[in-house]
Design a binder for this molecule. Sequence first.
Ligand code: FAD
Ligand code: 8RB
Length: 457
Amino acid sequence: MNPSADRKLTLIGAGLAGALLATLLARRGWSVDVYEKRPDPRNKGYEGGRSINLALAERGLDALRRAGLQDVVMAQAVMMRGRLVHPQDGGPPTLQPYGLDDSEVIWSVHRGRLNIALLDAAEAAGARIHFNQRLDSVDFERRVALFVNDHDRTARPQPFEALIGSDGAGSGLREAMRPHVALEERFQPLGHGYKELEIPPAADGGFRTDPNALHIWPRGGYMCIALPNTEHTFTVTLFLPMQGEPSFRTLPDLTAAREFFQRDFTDAMPLMPDFDADWTNNPVSGLGTLHLQRWRMDGRAVLLGDAAHAMVPFHGQGMNCAFEDCLALDRHIASAPDFETAFAGFEAERRPNAEAIQAMALENYVEMRDSVDDPDYLVQRALEQALARRHPGHFVPRYSMVSFTCVPYATAFERGKLQRAILVEATRGCATLQDVDLANADALVRERLPPLPAVPA
Ligand code: FAD
Ligand code: 8RB
């Protein structure tokens, strides 16, 4: 479709996906209005909350690059080379590199600053962002959306041509679509929740522990992680079952929480002088996967990002996937003859990929919390790295396909299964990599794995 001044697009939500998509569409010449329920984060007095960081990987970086935002974002990113695994006995942590070298790393970025950079870019491209405007309801018959300002309780009806739901996991557009479309919505709760804590800077202002890693304290049924911030702090997240032993339920008070941390996260405790305040003030939040069989209502509405496919956090791909959605939807809108065709093409392309990353994210929780110090896992991982070096562009570890390439998630998921079978088979009965018959493993790779298809630019 060729954009024209009288063909406007209405986006709901100016979060990470909404702000990026607004930039892409406005640059193509579409007339773009974005309605965001919260106030403008660029206004003074808005910030002051906790500093929350996100892991940015190649898919997200690729989208930012295409939007011309790489430099501004990367100027404030902290490199994470691998997992730094902290053992239970308090012994020294060990680094498991994510990739083969420093070109294969992930980046910790500040959510608030990233969102602001995206909002600035969207407005510079010509998009209009309306803050304090929550989508309340939609008259799809007459194509009018009702927005409410939650501060002064005023309501504004707005005519629209097509609505794009980038309004996150609690999407108001999804709710408005529900009575009209069989979305076949299913929320799969994880049964585990999370709580955020902080490691502040050291007395000399520096980092209290290694900044160039994603720290993991794996404890079998649960874990802590920590990501670095440019302010020399770390955001620590405890992931724990909601019920059972131990669980958020069995840590009813600060004394129980402190004992639990002293016992299980011994080396982390001295890094968190504000533990008591953080534990008391920060909420426990739930986690889960949102499955939808339909993301659209003919040419009138479409969902993307968390609104369409919220996932558990354990692959650090929610934002990366949402950004990839933005590139895809922009491309479909540009090439299809009408919105209905564009939205259908978008959903057909992205839904299988969203399902694949949702499944891989669930699997990565078990990998992170349980198997990272398991002997079988370690020998398989050693072989995986050996095969990755021996068969570049052919045997690519699943983590690498997900984090360092834009190979479709569904392809990464399928090839990951074939590769896993090779690793299990070739390491059977082997305690170390020296015991593995590499010639046999090479033969299995050539026999079972077709070369990895190139991803078009
Ligand atoms: P959001 O970014 O949530 O944006 C939705 C926007 O819509 C918000 O601004 C909201 O105010 C607005 N909105 C909601 N309802 C309405 C309404 N009715 N009307 C108008 N506006 C509305 N992903 C990664 O890739 N890597 C990570 O390391 C990572 N870490 C995370 C850490 C935390 C603590 C959390 C919570 C998430 C993390 N994620 C991470 C996931 C990532 O944040 C999301 O997947 C991503 O933000 C999805 O983008 P979105 O635009 O779809 O939704
Ligand atoms: N949402 C991440 C990874 C994979 C790390 C690995 C994992 C916190 C909420 Cl849990 C997690 C990863 O396999 O070694 N990369 O990036 C980010 C993660 O959690 C983020 C910070 C998070 N997301 C609600 C909390």
